[in-house]
Design a protein. Structure first.
Ligand SMILES: [Zn+2]
Ligand SMILES: [Zn+2]
Length: 439
């Protein structure tokens, strides 16, 4: 080297991140995209760049925490930043909100979820679909833009995502069958003015508001703001009396004084319901915007949808009544529900019910799994029929065009038509080709 020719160091990967504010992409999706674009298997990529030890996808690794606000998120943001030359990747996690959510547990959902309409609109507007950070926040159950419930299972193959990231994940596609998860239309299960739906919209809007805060405001977020808001609430809503404010919150005076002094911080669940109860936006609570109290109004307590309603330690459970309910559940004709769903319906912790009624619990779970399996089998059969008919059609077209149909060319044309074929189904393509040649 004579020093005249100098090749600048190159970065291994180049990325374009998507979205801002509440629409920002999540870090796991950025990682998935890097893998997809470079045709590298995700576990190998994670191992090579020391993102997550030897077995990055081992069970027990809470991969959802990559989007969170702990050391795992820090490490991934830093290392992915080095790989791509980007130093702003922590904004695709919850790290910027550590000041207020640092002590909150259960902030992120364990499973990958998505809004099919957002994915659809990304592509319709000429971009590529990507997965958003807000989809990973557990208390948010519906899309803040489209107000439809997030989904976690594929409508084509029925595969339910149980983790934030799967080994063969492709951004926006099902990890089971590889089909796109976007849809043009989605049914909404709720009437517009159903109070539970209004409440869910409030939560989704609240978190979107937090993620949409300008950077300068985010930097000033701290827990003292919450006690400031409590003090402002006492002087406006409670006419200066902590007791009166406590009554409005449904809390004891001692709890209120804990908040007031900042010694105790209300849980996220409590903050969400306070925000709803007084219609004071969540971002006002976190940033200490006390003027928001001027527009406050008192609403009925939220109900039904929040998990805090589940009684963890029932005081005097009526065991006979519970047994009757569970027996009905086993015997009834209507579609089976999962045990967790049944328990939620009874407002009991599933593990408590399982302890008390092991046989009934097993029967309920078994029935539900059986129905799931049946449904999956019938979807699979339906899909195979679709493969057969499309393959026959494609083969006919190829022959008409004077080409010799091969497994590869048939598969390519089928995936263009939105019917991707798995290796296990190749025999159907071969059958369609053989069938044609015989005639
Ligand atoms: Zn959406
Ligand atoms: Zn699928």
């Amino acid at each position: 080297m004579n020093g005249r020719f100098h090749i600048p160091p190159r970065l291994p990967f180049r990325i374009e991140t998507h979205g801002h504010g509440s629409q920002r992409q999540k870090l796991t999706d950025i990682f998935v995209q890097i893998g997809n674009q470079s045709f590298l298997p995700l576990p190998a990529l994670a191992r090579h760049y020391s993102l997550q030890g030897d077995k990055p996808f081992a069970t027990g690794n809470h991969l959802e925490q990559i989007n969170g606000l702990g050391s795992m998120a820090e490490r991934w943001a830093k290392n992915l930043g080095k790989m791509t030359g980007r130093h702003d990747l922590s904004r695709h996690t919850l790290l910027p909100f550590r000041g207020v959510f640092g002590r909150t547990t259960g902030l992120l959902t364990r499973r990958r979820r998505w809004c099919p309409l957002c994915l659809y609109e990304d592509v319709e507007s000429g971009g590529r679909s990507y997965e958003r950070l807000i989809w990973a926040i557990d208390v948010v159950q519906i899309c803040p833009i489209h107000h439809v419930a997030f989904e976690d299972s594929c409508r084509t193959c029925g595969k339910r995502c149980t983790r934030e990231m799967a080994i063969r994940q492709v951004s926006g596609l099902c990890e089971g069958c590889g089909r796109w998860l976007g849809r043009e239309e989605v049914d909404c299960d709720f009437e517009d003015d159903d109070p539970r739906y209004v409440f869910e919209r409030w939560i989704a809007g609240g978190f979107a508001g937090i993620l949409d805060m300008p950077d300068a405001e985010v930097e000033n977020l701290c827990l003292e703001n919450i006690s400031l808001m409590v003090r402002a609430g006492i002087s406006t809503v409670g006419d200066g009396k902590a007791v009166r404010f406590g009554v409005a919150c449904g809390k004891q005076k001692s709890v209120i004084s804990g908040w007031q002094s900042g010694q105790v911080v209300p849980s996220l669940q409590t903050m969400v319901s306070l925000s709803w109860r007084f219609s004071v936006p969540l971002n006002a609570w976190l940033s200490g915007r006390t003027q928001a109290w001027e527009d406050a109004s008192l609403r009925a307590s939220p109900f039904g949808m929040t998990r805090s309603n589940v009684r963890r330690s029932p005081r005097k459970p009526d065991l006979e009544k519970l047994r009757r309910h569970l027996t009905v559940e086993v015997e009834k004709k209507a579609p089976a529900r999962s045990f967790a769903e049944v328990a939620r319906g009874l407002s009991y912790d599933p593990s408590f019910l399982r302890r008390k009624f092991p046989t009934l619990a097993r029967a309920i779970s078994k029935r539900y799994t059986h129905e799931l399996l049946l449904a999956a089998a019938s979807r699979r059969q339906e899909y195979q029929e679709l493969i057969k008919s499309t393959a026959a059609e494609v083969v006919k077209l190829l022959v008409k065009a004077g080409k010799v149909p091969s497994r590869r060319s048939v598969e390519a044309m089928m995936s263009e038509r939105g019917v991707p074929v798995r290796r296990a189904d190749y025999h159907l393509l071969r059958a369609a080709i053989a069938n044609r040649q015989r005639r």
